[in-house]
Design a protein. Sequence first.
Length: 172
Amino acid sequence: MAAKVVRAFLNCAIRVIRGHGGHIRSFDGDRVMAIYIGERARTRAAISALKIKWAVDNCARPVLEDRFPQLAAGSFTLSHGTGIASGRAFLTRAGVRDNNDLISIGRAPNVAAKLSDIKRPPFRTFVTEDVYKKMADDGKFSGSEEMWGEEMREVGGEQIKVYRSSWGWVVN
């Protein structure tokens, strides 16, 4: 059952990421590492994160709870966190002999991973200040309503300003 839960989450995330021009670079258990390059990269990444949140809450979770009633009856609730940071990263295949994988080295993937680990409901999506400042307005506002709030956060021993959201963006 655990594998089916992880697979349901990854399926939602991958579809949304690819649908917004993101490129999957690696998996680490239930974590997906994606990159967005080109025009509106930060905005597309943020919109993807908000759509993944909506898809988990409104598609994956209800289907899993219907299929596996013990999930709904127990204390388990499918949830996730998304962290987005921008900057340079070094991607390489590392390992020994026939045991290697793609790894990402740099501040951006490190900060994004740490932000994705934040568990503070109702907020499940976190972006760095740099990402937020470079996002287009359609990634920041729903109509005239701001979808993000700011806070200072310790990430990897450093105090940084991040923006958090509890919004979900409907997947069409």
